[in-house]
Design a protein around this ligand. Sequence first.
Ligand SMILES: [Fe+2]
Length: 234
Amino acid sequence: MQRYNIFHQIHKGLRAMLYETALHIQHADFWNIDETEVAIEKINEVIRLFDKHAFSEDNHVFPAVEQYDPAIADAFEQEHIKDHLLGKSLAEAITRCQLAPVITEKAEVAKEVQARYIKFMVFNLEHMAKEEEVLNRILWRYYSDEELMAITRQIIAEVPADYIVRYERGSFQSGYCILEAKKVVVLNKFLNTEGRINTLIDLLPSIKLTYELLTVDSQKMYDEVMGQQVPGKK
Ligand SMILES: [Fe+2]
């Protein structure tokens, strides 16, 4: 019988993100400041999401393992510490790259950023594969699929939304404005419910959501609204 793989959806999304970012870095011209900035932004997002993911596993998945196999839970917690350190070392190279005063130095440090990214990626690909192989064996032995799904629901409930929606008065040409840096969408507070829904549908293509972090129902609705296949999705 096919068992419920608690890691499947999120690991699939994280892996896709690692590959896409690696490909982006591969094609980026690090002698071009704008391209370097875009690549850096992508890497920072990877570090942020992996940290967040490790935090939810530490809090929801590992305690379930620890109850029956404390030594294995501890070994994986140690891996998360190593993962965090690799992310920190990558972030440190990124800061040096951003602060480098001249382009020659920037391009030089960018090589180090790329090397550290590869290290981070390889570690995480192996780590996720190991989690699926070793931890699933324990989880499937001691927990039912329903219990494992309940853990997933707890994790999803904790995931903060990518964007916060606020309603304010102001002169909005299109009924909304997006503050990208703060991840805030401001809607005209004078819109009625139908207007709010239509405006949210209108703005959906202009915001970048982490598709894999949406619930299955939200993914379906998102696909319907977008009316097209989402890139990176099976
Ligand atoms: Fe993990």
